[in-house]
Write a protein that binds this ligand. Structure first.
Ligand SMILES: CC(C)(COP(=O)(O)OP(=O)(O)OC[C@H]1O[C@@H](n2cnc3c(N)ncnc32)[C@H](O)[C@@H]1OP(=O)(O)O)[C@@H](O)C(=O)NCCC(=O)NCCS
Length: 154
């Protein structure tokens, strides 16, 4: 498998849409997909390709001189567990660190929500060195606890 990562660059919206739509257990709300696609148009995005086919992407938000966030990321389900997500995180961190970022954030569904899929997402972020900061109820709306995770980029 020859994995190629490109970015940061403007996103290929059409291909990113295919990835979000291939993950309905995670991105099942139509308005949220539309909003993500709108958002990533203006964000620095990293793309992962195997044989020139897009298999994953990670889009970042720069909040301040010292902080940035994973706005959204996804890998095609059939390619999970092959190191693509972690490579995307690594490349984004490298770029952000070189540009002065010291704190990398990600928000995800908190563990007080029973969804098993997002339990895997939290394990992935933990494995990448993100630390749970706090869980806030109703940040994304009622019944959607939000876990804020942060990673110092040392
Ligand atoms: C989360 C996601 C991006 C991870 O991408 P991936 O390519 O599958 O991850 P990797 O193969 O790089 O995994 C890296 C490490 O994370 C952990 N990990 C990944 N998936 C895991 C899972 N399902 N359960 C437990 N740990 C997991 C493992 O420790 C793995 O390390 P290993 O090499 O020891 O197995 C991908 O699974 C995905 O697209 N999920 C659905 C969408 C999503 O949750 N997006 C984030 C919210 S915006």
């Amino acid at each position: 498998m020859k994995l190629e990562i490109s970015g940061p660059e403007k996103s290929n919206i059409h291909d990113c849409e295919q990835i979000l739509r291939a993950l309905p257990e995670y991105f099942g709300i139509e308005e949220a997909i539309v909003q993500y696609l709108e958002d990533i148009k203006t964000r620095s995005t990293f793309h992962a390709y195997i044989d020139q086919q897009l298999v994953g992407f990670l889009s970042t938000t720069r909040h301040t001189l010292s902080s940035a966030e994973i706005h959204v990321m996804g890998v095609l389900p059939q390619e999970h567990g092959k190191g693509i997500g972690s490579t995307l995180v690594k490349m984004a961190e490298l770029y952000l660190k070189n540009n002065g970022v010291k704190l990398f954030e990600v928000k995800t569904l908190g563990e007080s929500h029973p969804d098993m899929n997002y339990a895997k997402t939290r394990r992935f972020y933990l494995s990448q060195g993100f630390l749970p900061l706090e869980e806030i109820q109703d940040f994304w709306g009622k019944g959607l606890p939000t876990l804020f995770m942060v990673k110092p980029l040392l």
